[in-house]
Design a protein around this ligand. Structure first.
Ligand SMILES: [Zn+2]
Length: 356
């Protein structure tokens, strides 16, 4: 996930409803899943609630702990650190950020505070993107949240007739609720170790291999492969129950998923959502990406312009498959896959986007 794009409409509605208040029942709950001996996942109970936070994976080895992804909310990262200390007295020595998005990197500083020696690892392109994008993104968020309270956004959500808009507001309230208290002290600790293709971590008791399989959800997606556990941590190359397609090189992503599938892992931990115990969801996502690219290509060959894309390309068969009638999934489908995915397919095919 990257950034919710509904900011201006939320601001407009909230300022119409000053003083309203509502409970904070949207604040996300996380759960722990044990996936293998010494491997635990900290995941949102509802992966589509706000803030749409990534999964964080804890790998406890014989002499150290490795953590993959650090959450958007530093408080969630601190909860993971507290749990690690309950489970073991071994230190966290390495963090792997699967990609640059803030729902996988914001908690880095919580680890650096708790474990000053920790080494943070990411793909070279992920670090370049962090240096280019992260600060501006959080500054924009700081400015946007300054005059907003989660309770007001929630109250505004309740007054809306459109159920999909109301979902969007609740998601946004979740971001404000989680991040507003953290923003004054939030700073990114940049990964200091980068890799291009593959690195095997020296760690006793378990092989931990970090690999770049090609461009996918971003330019620099790392996967973490634990061959002894037959377990693969996919980052947002796989996100469930709805894939995220912001600025994603869609065409290349399809091939990258081929290479991911070729690992033959029995268990796949996606960047968001439920742990996968087979390849069914991966195959469905791949088919969605293939058809998105194909249908955008067909539309272009039939003379459709970029501005006409949303009306001209029909992905309702996939919408039914991925979202069904579930209003929360439908919101996520439209906001995180369909709108950004059509644009991503268009640009990944090399078609020009007109000047606004
Ligand atoms: Zn994510």
């Amino acid at each position: 996930m990257r950034r919710p794009s509904m900011l201006s409409s939320v601001l407009a509605a909230v300022f119409l409803l000053p003083g309203a208040s509502a409970g904070d029942e949207i604040y996300p709950a996380y759960r722990w899943d044990r996936v293998s001996a010494g491997v635990y996942v900290h995941a949102m109970t509802n992966p589509l609630a706000g803030p749409v936070d990534g999964n964080s994976v804890v790998i406890i080895n014989d002499d150290e702990v490795i953590v993959v992804d650090t959450h958007i909310d530093p408080a969630a990262a601190r909860a993971v650190i507290a749990k690690i200390r309950e489970l073991t007295d071994r230190p966290v020595t390495k963090i792997i950020n699967t990609h640059w998005h803030d729902d996988h990197t914001n908690g880095n500083h919580a680890y650096r505070e708790a474990y000053p020696e920790v080494e943070i690892i990411a793909h070279r392109a992920a670090v370049e993107a962090l240096r280019r994008e992260w600060q501006a993104m959080e500054d924009q968020r700081r400015e946007a949240y300054a005059a907003l309270e989660a309770s007001d956004v929630l109250a505004a959500a309740e007054s809306l007739d459109d159920a999909s808009d109301a979902v969007g507001y609740r998601v946004y309230a979740g971001y404000i609720r989680a991040l507003k208290p953290e923003l004054p002290t939030l700073q990114l600790v940049y990964p200091e170790t980068t890799f291009d293709d593959r690195m095997e971590l020296t760690s006793t008791g378990r092989r931990v291999i970090v690999e770049w399989l090609g461009r996918g959800n971003t330019d620099g997606d790392a996967i973490v492969w634990l061959p002894d556990d037959d377990l693969l941590i996919a980052g947002d190359l796989l996100a469930a129950p709805i894939p995220f397609a912001f600025d994603a090189p869609l065409e290349q992503w399809i091939e990258t998923l081929d290479r991911l599938a070729a690992k033959g892992a029995r268990t796949i931990i996606p960047g968001h959502g439920d742990i996968q115990h087979d390849h069914q969801y991966l195959v469905r996502v791949q088919s969605l990406l293939q058809q998105t690219v194909q249908r955008v290509r067909d539309a272009r060959e039939n003379g459709v312009s970029f501005d006409e894309l949303t009306n001209a390309v029909n992905l309702e068969d996939f919408e039914r498959e991925f979202a069904g009638e579930d209003i929360e999934r439908l919101y996520a489908w439209n906001a995180y896959y369909l709108a950004p995915g059509l644009k991503s397919a268009w640009t990944s095919l090399g078609y020009p986007i007109p000047e606004p």
